[in-house]
Design a protein around this ligand. Structure first.
Ligand SMILES: *Cc1c(COP(=O)(O)O)cnc(C)c1O
Length: 453
């Protein structure tokens, strides 16, 4: 084998020198240079033409810029999925962002009672707004809803039995399975009914002196249709009445608004669950609530008190930024302004004509490859399974294929994520703030210009 192409590769030093003054410290330039030269060597080994020094410098430069960027950064979500778990679920409202900034930039009364001048509790800050918005007697906020469920079962049901419908012993996502959580918490799972039908009498027959709770789990990411029956929260409450048995409702999404107003199927609300009389309702902060990642436990004051004084409350507690953002988000609901202020509801409420105009602008930027097509925006994020609202997308069919364009946009700055359907890259403006329209149009122009050059 001819060694010369390998010997002709530039030195790490030479490439790092060429990058000088680009971005970042020298050590990063050396790392980028080494990476680009390794790639060049690998190309030669696999039989490709040796790269010129200019090409290697360009690759090293791209690597250096990538190394200098923060790993976690904003993405334009044009995928048409509102609660995209991989893209960070719900974007926060302006009031929530402002509240986080205020509290982050200075000291705060996080655990200090300003009136009494003595130590206070961080848990007190959310109680009033949770009461007002959900009707709960009291509430506690922990790291996420998975933590909320784990904590409730650990503290209130360990060593005893928890009855769950077979149709609700589900996997939520990311390997989070209800039977596993129950086992971890030390509670014993008693499954009743069948996958598609569970009646009140199934729960009644499974009750024993060892029963700690009846657990309802919202089957948030799939739907059983056809010959089905679910026992309602009210029926379960009636069954547990007068017995030492709790009714716990894992709602998943934590919806506070009537989803019918947005043309969607009815999503059970927190208020409905608590009105039905469940002892505790659990939900996420960053699904249909549209707030920060957290898990809310809302319900009976004595139970919340018991949870609050348990060591797990310390282990699973949220930070001041989460409390600030959650309170600002809840305040929008309390003020009746959530559908305008909370981004996910504003997205859902945007009129299709407005979305269509924006899709047209994006399609125009793609030139001959661009068109506008009717589509659906999905809710996603384990909420309202299969539910969507009508939308309009820019549909791009570029000469080099939709996959190639999708990759270019994903690796661009800012990164843009769309979805591929029938050989077209679809970009849905509904899930993108209007302030990003210019950036999307520009990225399309650039990507398609370089692909045809
Ligand atoms: C999403 C979901 C969870 C987990 O909530 P996280 O906030 O993601 O931890 C638990 N239960 C149900 C029913 C869910 O839909």
């Amino acid at each position: 084998m001819d060694e010369s192409p390998f010997r002709n590769l530039p030195s790490v030093d030479a490439i790092a020198q060429a990058l000088d003054g680009l971005v970042g410290p020298r050590a990063l330039a050396v790392e980028a240079a080494r990476f680009a030269i390794d790639r060049a060597r690998e190309r030669i080994r696999t039989g490709y033409e040796p790269q010129s020094e200019a090409e290697i410098v360009a690759n090293a430069g791209a690597r250096l810029r990538a190394l200098s960027r923060p790993s976690l950064r904003p993405v334009i979500n044009a995928s048409g999925v509102i609660l995209q778990t991989n893209l960070g679920r719900a974007p926060l409202s302006e009031p929530a962002l402002a509240a986080m900034r205020d509290v982050a930039a200075s000291y705060s009364n996080l655990e200090f009672d300003l009136e009494a001048g003595e130590r206070g509790s961080r848990h007190g800050h959310v109680r009033d707004l949770l009461r007002r918005t959900t009707g709960a007697q009291d509430g506690l906020v922990v790291n996420n809803n998975a933590a909320a469920l784990f904590m409730v079962l650990s503290v209130l049901a360990a060593g005893r039995e928890v009855i769950v419908s077979r149709g609700q012993a589900v996997e939520i996502g990311g390997g989070f399975r209800i039977p596993d959580v129950l086992r971890q918490s030390g509670a014993r799972l008693v499954e009743v009914g069948t996958t598609n039908r569970t009646y009140l009498r199934d729960y009644a027959e499974a009750l024993t002196p060892a029963t700690a709770a009846l657990l309802r789990v919202h089957t948030s990411n799939f739907r059983v249709i056809g010959f089905t029956h679910e026992t309602t929260a009210a029926e379960m409450v009636a069954l547990a009445k007068g017995k030492d048995v709790l009714v716990i409702d894992d709602l998943g999404s934590g919806c506070l608004l009537q989803t019918e107003a947005f043309g969607l199927a009815h999503e059970p609300t927190v208020q409905e669950s608590l009105t039905a009389g469940v002892d505790l309702a659990l939900f996420s902060g960053d699904k249909l609530l549209g707030g920060p990642q957290c898990g809310v436990i809302a319900g009976r004051a004595d139970l919340v008190d018991q949870l609050r004084s348990h060591p797990l409350a310390r282990a699973l507690r949220v930070d001041k930024l989460t409390i600030a953002a959650l309170n600002a988000t809840l305040a929008s609901y309390a003020a009746g302004t959530a559908q305008d202020e909370v981004p996910i509801w504003a997205m859902l409420g945007t009129h299709a004509d407005r979305v269509r105009r924006r899709a047209r602008r994006w399609a125009r930027a793609a030139g001959a490859a661009g068109a506008v097509t009717a589509s659906e925006t999905m809710i996603g994020g384990g909420s309202l399974p299969g539910q969507s609202v009508p939308t309009w997308c820019a549909a791009i069919r570029p000469p080099l294929g939709a996959d190639h364009l999708a990759t270019t946009l994903r690796l661009g700055q800012p990164a843009i994520v769309g979805r591929i359907e029938r050989d077209a890259l679809l970009l849905d403006p509904r899930t993108v703030p209007e302030s990003s329209d210019g950036a999307v149009a520009e990225a399309l122009r650039r990507a398609l210009a370089s692909a045809t050059a």
